[in-house]
Design a protein around this ligand. Structure first.
Ligand code: ZN
Length: 287
């Protein structure tokens, strides 16, 4: 099927991931298993383990493409997510039509769009779209479902949160926030120029917009202390309320926020439109 819209592009990416999984016979909870990972053999890419790789992993295209990965990163879930993110870089490179579409139609900078798609691909490896869709159909959309999904899919919480955004029918952006020391390497631009942190601050480290929401929010955005996400983090609780979507420009776009604290991080959905209620037949549409 030709790629005409972003939804087509996302659909193509999901099918590329599914093809890999089918060919490898992997279904539930694949994980990084070292440089001889069967995916590397299938895709003919080399995996080089290396300590201190920027952002935990990197994909180097070329005649002999390879992935560098830091196996000593903080958590296995991060390692898993990074590995499948880098594999998705390779899948995107290998599909000229999809890669070209993203280059031509990137709503923001191409590099950022590419990273978003690699996160979507990683999420698809780790938690299938169809499973999350089915859960939303029976329970509706809420960030409160994340711990339940995590119990069934312990591979990666960022993957679950990103897949939740991808499966949302309404316009929303899902953001993951954690304490982090921002450095020059994060390339963060804030009004007035870059200021490196002296102490860790609460920062948005992943963000993913639902397919019907055309805007993207930034990563490495500091969360203001008076923001609902900061309250959720310090109180280790869950809260709902009106709050501004965290963006680098500081622009105030205030929408309904549904945020939970879970295992050291805050997972927040900014609902620009309301999630379909279970009484509405919204899920009867083909998707
Ligand atoms: Zn990347």
């Amino acid at each position: 099927m030709p790629i005409v819209t972003e939804r087509d592009a996302q659909e193509r990416l999901r099918s590329l991931v599914q093809q890999c999984k089918t060919r490898l016979g992997i279904d539930r909870m694949p994980s990084y298993e070292g440089p001889n990972h069967p995916l590397a053999l299938l895709l003919n890419i080399e995996i080089r383990e290396q300590q201190g790789v920027l952002h935990g992993g990197n994909y180097i295209p070329g005649e002999l493409p390879y992935i560098t990965i830091d196996p000593y990163v903080s958590s296995p879930e991060r390692l898993n997510f990074t590995f499948f993110h880098e594999v998705t870089h390779h899948l995107l490179r290998g599909d000229g039509e999809l890669y070209g579409f993203l280059d031509d139609h990137a709503p923001t900078k191409f590099g950022r769009v590419l990273e978003d798609y690699c996160n979507i691909g990683a999420a698809e490896f780790l938690i299938p779209y169809a499973d999350v869709k089915a859960i939303f159909r029976s329970k509706g959309f809420s960030m409160g479902l994340l711990p339940e999904l995590d119990a069934s899919y312990p591979a990666s919480r960022p993957a679950i949160a990103i897949q939740m955004a991808q499966c949302a029918q309404h316009q929303c952006v899902v953001i993951i926030c954690e304490q982090k020391m921002l450095s020059q390497q994060d390339g963060t631009l804030i009004p007035g120029g870059f200021v490196a942190d002296q102490n860790p601050s609460l920062v948005a480290t992943y963000s993913s917009s639902s397919p019907s929401f055309q805007y993207r929010s930034g990563i490495n955005v500091r969360i203001p202390p008076d923001h609902i996400i900061s309250s959720v983090y310090t109180q280790k609780t869950c809260l709902r309320g009106k709050a501004a979507i965290p963006v680098h420009s500081g622009r105030q776009w205030i929408v309904d926020c549904d945020a939970i604290y879970y295992v050291g991080k805050v997972y927040a959905a900014f609902n620009v439109t309301s999630p379909p209620s279970l009484d509405q037949p919204a899920f009867n549409f083909l998707d």
